[in-house]
Design a protein around this ligand. Structure first.
Ligand code: G3I
Ligand code: 9MR
Length: 598
């Protein structure tokens, strides 16, 4: 269907026509009534034998629940539990705990003698597939190279954005405007999301999360394999994929140590394939957040890659130190989107800088120690900077790297000293305790706060799960692992939409993500393994300024955050995909897979 839009694009019909067509698309979207699915709502991919298994059924009647194996034998009978109301959907629900079902197999649920819902799988490797697919998706996001068979399966495409003639945009106060207009090479890297921009800030939390999955579960990560062309066969596959983006990030550093904020065209292109987007591309401005996110990730990567490639590790550590030095000289140079640039900014709400300084200082000190350079004067200054900047309890997102720095320090008392490590551990466990308390008492058993329901809410839930995984590793307390399970269960089906929010997985999954390669490829199935942004009340994608709501009554009228989702390509506020959303999904699914399959 979306090939049709591409065809229109090729006919150069005015861009607004595309927007109007989106309106029509909203009107045409076959919509069901507000989702009050009879349920049962559950993790549609199943559960590990020892995992907590909870089934949510909207409603409030007194019927119990029966679990039967495929031979029809009843293995568990439960009475109707108490009824709770979920503030984020307005539903009354009943939660049935079927954790006692541990024998691997497939089961069915019965209520009042009737079979309800989907089959439930209990087994050892239920999250291996989604972990691999969510990691392989980064290959599908690669700029500057073609995706070919057999690796890309039916989603083969030509190379787009070689980025070998990227124009430096705008004056550069820190170097007296010498940068403007020069042309640089900035190839490779991952497209950020449904668009074709490449953004340093969003690469920061994304790369950190993927490398931390490797740091926390190296043996598990080494068992993962997916079918992609190999360029560095001596590297573990996960590290080779991340290197594709690290290589691009290194091209974004200027001679003065500063780091360009992003590479993109000046405006978003239409729903076209990468090779059809031929507008000039720019390296747009430098920023202190880009410099610090770059510094933190390069320092982390220098530790992770050191045993595989010392020269590469040394290059990254040197780049990290230069970026940090530039940031110290330009602490207020926050990104301000120029008026003629309309691509993503990763800036509003991110003009604090303290969290990025904390993140970079922690990673740099850790890297200096790993490189045997703790006596170096720079190392001492990184530690001083870190100590001068106490931790705050906010959850991790692209605009707040604090929790990421707390993860680093909490796990390394030998590097940072007991008192700093204890302070960091306290921040992590405090957040985990708050999440666990909400998860264990909410009507959907979901560790979510009111502020989890922003643009990209699914990534907020995944990042909440990561806090709980980190707390489990720090303490061995399984209640944290159960909380992480609750987060993954929501993303994979235990939600009011009764879908998994990951393309290509589960009984029902998103079909129309806001993802230009999927919209323009004449392949009906979207690229698999992508976590869509998820519901929230922002509705930035609906023209609400005094005009009639687009004909998508449930989405436009939704007044509860967990219901405000629309599986439509035009809904970039709820149905786009992004690298900083897939990374925590891969971490969460991978961590549960690694822990339950030790
Ligand atoms: O932080 C405030 C919070 O205090 C407030 O309560 C809340 C509700 O008003 O808003 C929060 O700010 C939101 C911010 O994300 C942080 O969550 C903004 O409203 C919201 O507009 C902003 O959305 C960002 C979106 O770009 C639009 O700028 C998303 O986080 C960000 O993930 C998304 O990123 C885009 C890239 O720019 C381009 N590539 C696609 C990518 C994914 O959509
Ligand atoms: O495709 C763009 C997506 O990556 C961004 O997250 C989103 C918000 O910045 O904007 C999308 O581009 C839309 C633009 O904002 C408005 N006109 C339609 C564009 C394509 O849907």
């Amino acid at each position: 269907m979306w090939g049709f839009f591409t065809y229109i694009q090729d006919m150069n019909i005015h861009k607004n026509a595309i927007a109007r067509l989106c309106a029509v698309a909203f009107a045409a979207v076959p919509f069901s009534l507000t989702p009050t699915f009879a349920g049962p709502l559950m993790n549609q991919l199943g559960y590990a034998p020892e995992a907590e298994k909870q089934v949510v059924i909207p409603g409030n009647d007194d019927k119990g629940l029966e679990v039967r194996d495929l031979n029809g034998k009843t293995v568990l009978k439960l009475k109707a539990p108490y009824v709770l109301e979920w503030e984020y959907s307005g539903e009354e629900t009943q939660v049935f705990d079927i954790s006692a079902v541990k024998t691997p197999g497939t089961y069915r649920l019965f209520r009042d003698g009737a079979y309800i819902g989907n089959p439930i799988t209990v087994g050892k490797n239920v999250y291996e597939g989604v972990t691999k697919a969510s990691l392989k998706w980064f290959y599908y996001q690669r700029a500057s190279m073609p995706l070919v068979a057999p690796y890309a399966d039916k989603w083969v495409r030509a190379a787009g954005h070689m980025d070998d003639k990227v124009i430096v945009y705008g004056t550069d106060k820190a170097t007296g405007g010498k940068g403007a207009g020069k042309v640089i090479k900035s190839p490779r890297g991952w497209y950020d999301a449904g668009d074709y921009g490449k953004y340093i800030v969003n690469s920061g939390i994304t790369v950190w999360t993927l490398l931390d999955l490797y740091e926390k579960f190296p043996k598990f990560a080494d068992t993962l394999s997916w079918d992609v062309p190999r360029e560095f066969p001596k590297l573990p596959l996960l590290l080779e994929e991340v290197r594709y983006n690290l290589d691009w990030m290194l091209t974004m550093q200027d001679k003065d140590g500063g780091v360009f904020h992003k590479v993109s065209s000046l405006k978003f292109c239409g729903s076209v394939a990468p090779e059809q987007d031929t507008a000039p591309r720019y390296a747009i401005l430098k920023s202190v957040t880009a410099a610090l996110d770059f510094a933190g990730v390069m320092a982390q990567a220098s530790v992770v890659y050191r045993s595989f490639d010392k020269a590469y590790a040394d290059k990254m550590l040197k780049a990290a130190e230069a970026a940090y030095a530039w940031a110290k000289k330009n602490p207020e140079m926050f990104y301000k989107q120029p008026s003629d640039v309309q691509t993503g900014s990763y800036a509003p709400g991110n003009e604090d800088g303290k969290d990025e300084f904390r993140f970079a200082a922690a990673e740099l000190f850790n890297a200096k120690v790993a490189a045997g350079a703790q006596a170096d004067k720079n190392a001492a200054s990184y530690l001083e900077d870190l100590k001068a900047n106490s931790f705050t309890p906010n959850g991790a997102w692209w605009g707040d790297m604090n929790m990421i720095s707390a993860f680093r320090v909490a796990f390394a008392p030998k590097v940072f000293g007991d008192s700093l490590a204890e302070a960091a551990k306290k921040v992590v466990l405090n957040e985990a305790n708050n999440l666990r308390a909400v998860g264990d008492s909410s009507a959907y058993r979901l560790p979510a706060f009111p502020w989890s329901w922003n643009w990209g809410s699914n990534s907020a839930i995944a990042n909440n799960g990561i806090v709980l995984i980190q707390a489990y590793i720090l303490t061995g307390d399984k209640s944290y692992l159960d909380g992480a399970q609750q987060c993954l269960d929501y993303l994979l089906g235990k939600n009011p939409m009764d879908i998994t929010y990951v393309t290509g997985f589960g009984f029902r999954s998103p079909r129309n993500p806001h993802h230009r390669p999927s919209e323009s490829d004449f392949v009906d199935d979207p690229v698999p393994g992508m976590l869509v942004g998820g519901p929230h009340l922002g509705k930035q994608d609906i023209d609400l300024e005094g005009k009639e709501h687009w004909k998508c009554p449930n989405y436009a009228a939704a007044d509860k955050p967990a219901l405000a989702y629309l599986d439509d390509r035009c809904s970039y506020a709820t149905n786009e995909v992004a690298i900083n959303w897939n990374a925590p999904l891969a971490f969460l699914a991978g961590a549960l897979q690694a822990i339950y399959n030790k």
